[in-house]
Design a protein around this ligand. Sequence first.
Ligand code: NI
Length: 173
Amino acid sequence: MAIRDILIHPDPRLKAMTDPVSDFDAGLKKLADDMLETMYAAPGIGLAAPQVGILKRLLVMDCIKDDDQAPRPMVLINPSVTWSGEERSTYEEGCLSIPDQYADVERPSEVEVTWQDLDGTTQSERFDGLWATCVQHEIDHLNGKLFIDYLKPLKRQMITRKMQKLKREQARA
Ligand code: NI
């Protein structure tokens, strides 16, 4: 396994539409393993393939935050939301591609998601709480959408300017 570099906003690859995964091969397993390792090391609770520069419909997540609970690493390939509840909830979201910036985002509290696992087998599950927010945030990444796209333009521009400054500083370092 290897930790991959996480792209920082703004980057055209974070705004791109991704392609469905069709080859369920060893390369895909390696990518998923790398993404999980990268996510845990960050640390984060979710990571989508475009964030490591791969424009494919693949995400990983693990929203277990309690140290007493066993980790639950999940790999979702070609995921889609097949049902959304009417109730909505607000979470303060962040993103590994937008470090140290957080903002409230409102989304459906409960969603049903269908995806394929690493064997290509179709899976389906209903998520709520933090898991529901996380899976919707990560699926957005596969469609070139970031959580700041839900914010008012002024707030979004302020965060983008901070990230441009951060990237300039990183380039000089
Ligand atoms: Ni994100």
